[in-house]
Design a binder for this molecule. Structure first.
Ligand code: NAP
Length: 259
């Protein structure tokens, strides 16, 4: 049983859909005051309604995580409204699938801005609030794609997710000054709106290649994020946890059939 996070002020970027929505749900179920930061209002409002309707607390704040003014404005407004900021879950991300031969360089830049620059911006905007509170927590949503595996069409995505882990190490050192930890969850294939867009064949092939024989649930990532954000994880920083149902373990295609 983890120490309660009741009343803590938590921002979940990309909390309107998929993994972020799962993180928001898990934190709200533990009594946290959750802010969902995303661009689209409709999905974010639906996510807030679901949480508020089941006894939790969630509000929406429009934000583009690739834009400094937008991120800084959002974080400052949330801290003002909630009496501070305790936990930043920098989760928002995009994964368009385009092979390099067809990839417009602008798409590379956009993926880097959404996935990697955003991690830096979210942390930078949070620092003054963690400094004021004398403590803080950051949880990044990275991926197995990039740091551990490759997949055609995701050169930019994989680079951005590996980049997050490079950022993590120095960020952990700099944030220690503010008694703040930063860690990353590395999901495998998690059943989300974004993943559904890749088509049923992709989902079926992926599920078959996972030792636990299912795609992950968004709560599987939410629970790992909750641990990193807990008091019990106070001495863990600059670290990662793979949450993938064992997907990266098989040495060969045949190995999965031997189970
Ligand atoms: P998703 O279902 O497509 O949801 C993405 C979320 O991010 C949405 O809330 C979206 O809202 C928000 N977002 C995207 N661009 C944004 C921007 N520029 N500013 C603010 N919000 C933005 O994606 P997901 O599958 O849940 O993925 C979430 C995170 O997990 C990503 O970082 C992804 O790389 C990572 N991940 C996912 C998987 C997986 O299997 N699903 C595996 C490994 C890692 P708006 O579009 O309205 O802004």
């Amino acid at each position: 049983m983890l120490t309660s996070i009741k009343g803590k002020s938590v921002i979940v970027t990309g909390g309107s859909k998929g993994i972020g929505r799962g993180i928001a749900r898990v934190f709200a179920a533990q009594g946290a005051k959750v802010t969902i930061a995303a661009r689209g209002e409709e999905a974010a409002k639906a996510a807030c309604d679901e949480i508020n309707g089941s006894g939790g607390s969630a509000t929406f704040h429009a934000c583009d995580v690739s834009d400094w003014d937008s991120v800084r404005g959002m974080v400052d407004a949330v801290a003002k409204a909630n009496g501070g900021l305790d936990i930043m879950c920098a989760n928002a991300g995009a994964f368009p699938q385009t092979k390099m031969v067809d990839m417009d360089p602008a798409e590379w830049d956009q993926v880097m801005a959404t996935n990697l620059r955003s991690a830096f911006l979210c942390v930078k905007a949070s620092i003054p609030h963690f400094e004021k509170a004398g403590k803080g927590r950051v949880v990044l949503t990275s991926s197995i794609t990039g740091p551990v595996t490759g997949f055609p069409g995701w050169a930019h995505y994989g680079a951005s997710k590996s980049g997050q882990l490079g950022f993590l190490k120095t960020a952990a050192m700099e944030l220690s000054r503010y008694n703040t930890t930063i860690n990353a969850v590395m999901p495998g294939n998690i059943y989300t709106e974004g993943l559904q867009d890749l088509g049923q064949e992709y989902l079926d092939t992926m599920a078959a290649s996972i030792p636990l024989k299912r795609l992950g649930a968004v709560e599987d990532i939410g629970n790992a994020a909750l641990f990193f954000a807990s008091d019990e994880a106070a001495y863990i920083t600059g670290q990662t946890i793979v949450v993938d149902g064992g997907q990266i373990l098989p040495e060969s295609l045949e190995a999965i059939d031997e189970i």
